[in-house]
Design a protein around this ligand. Structure first.
Ligand SMILES: Cc1ncc(C[n+]2csc(CCOP(=O)(O)OP(=O)(O)O)c2C)c(N)n1
Ligand code: SF4
Ligand SMILES: [Mg+2]
Length: 301
């Protein structure tokens, strides 16, 4: 499928110049270049302008509840570990109301990629400050400059146990596409913070701001070389993230941690070959009684 064919045909109704268009384009280019099978791709989103993206992509999609995309995605992945599950959400959705789930995903390390559309505001509800907005910044819907400190999604992701962390920029679809491809190739919980301009409500983060306040990583090795190297790499990432400019590129990758799917297989020998989605629900046209308790009960953790 070409990147064009990954469009569902539903008209994206974001505002003119919205960074979500760049994310939509980069995602479709990545899926096309990787030759992904659309029957294996599931997009799960929360509520917000960012949350509309599953409608526009020709893959299975769930537009879930505000802040609850990660539990939906985790359930889908547990039921059918052969699917490639991607979460899309805003900074409010994933780092405000959904922050607890964002942390839990890192602890479990399922093979799920989370894309954070970071525009620093609640775009859909008219520009309130989100948890990533810096202190002292007054975007146009605010009566006063923000009095709260911002959260850093990369550092929270690293502290929570994510095994792939990257940052990119929505207006640079080529860079973002490469980062998405790397994230989709990684096995384990991944998060990409995407700096996503919202020209309607965020009059601070525009092209000039990004040019002055970000830099592309060069010569940086994000990969944890050995299990003993983990702490050292985490300290290096903390140093990188305390620099004045936001770093763009792949920041951290740990290939040593077992995934949630591996952990489930370790307590249930049938899981790998016979996950819930493959269990029979009919016999020669007649439905079999299905016990949700029996099917899912053993995976409760
Ligand atoms: C439980 C619940 N609380 C509040 C809302 C209202 N609401 C809708 S979207 C949103 C925040 C959107 O901001 P963000 O997640 O950053 O997404 P963006 O629109 O910026 O992409 C809020 C608070 C809601 N829909 N459901
Ligand atoms: S309000 Fe902002 S984030 Fe939402 S569609 Fe418009 S520009 Fe994009
Ligand atoms: Mg937002």
């Amino acid at each position: 499928m070409s990147s064009f064919e990954w469009s569902s045909g539903v008209w994206p109704d974001w505002c003119q110049g919205c960074g979500n268009f760049g994310i939509f384009t980069a995602l479709r280019m990545a899926l096309a270049e990787m030759g992904m099978d659309r029957k294996r791709v599931v997009l799960v989103s929360g509520i917000g302008c960012s949350g509309k993206i599953p409608h526009f992509v020709k893959a299975t999609g769930v537009h879930a509840l505000h802040g609850r995309s990660i539990p939906f995605a985790t359930g889908i992945k547990i039921a059918n570990p052969n699917l490639k599950v991607v979460v899309h959400g805003g900074d409010g959705d994933l780092l405000g109301i959904g922050m607890g789930h964002f942390v839990a995903l890192g602890r479990r390390n399922p093979d799920i990629l989370v894309m954070i559309h970071n525009n620093w505001v609640y775009g859909l509800t008219k520009g309130q400050a989100s948890p990533t907005l810096g202190r002292g910044i007054r975007t146009k819907a605010l009566a006063f400059p923000n009095i709260n400190d911002p959260v850093n999604p990369i550092l929270i992701g690293m502290a929570s146990g994510y095994t792939f962390l990257a940052r990119s920029y929505a207006y640079n679809a080529e860079h973002l596409k490469e980062v998405i491809k790397a994230g989709l190739s990684h096995r384990g919980a991944g998060a990409i913070e995407i700096i996503q301009p919202c020209p309607t409500w965020n009059n601070i983060v525009n092209m000039e701001w990004v040019a002055q306040n970000t830099q592309y990583l060069s010569g940086w090795d994000p990969v944890v070389a050995s299990e003993d190297d983990l702490l050292k790499k985490m300290q290096e990432v903390m140093r990188l993230e305390s620099m004045d400019k936001k770093q763009l590129g792949i920041i951290f990758e740990n290939r040593f941690k077992e995934t949630f799917e591996d952990r489930l297989a370790s307590i249930n020998g049938y899981y790998k070959d016979n996950p819930p989605a493959r269990q029979r629900i009919e016999d020669e046209g007649s439905s079999l009684p299905v016990s949700m308790d029996k099917t899912f009960g053993r995976y409760m953790v």
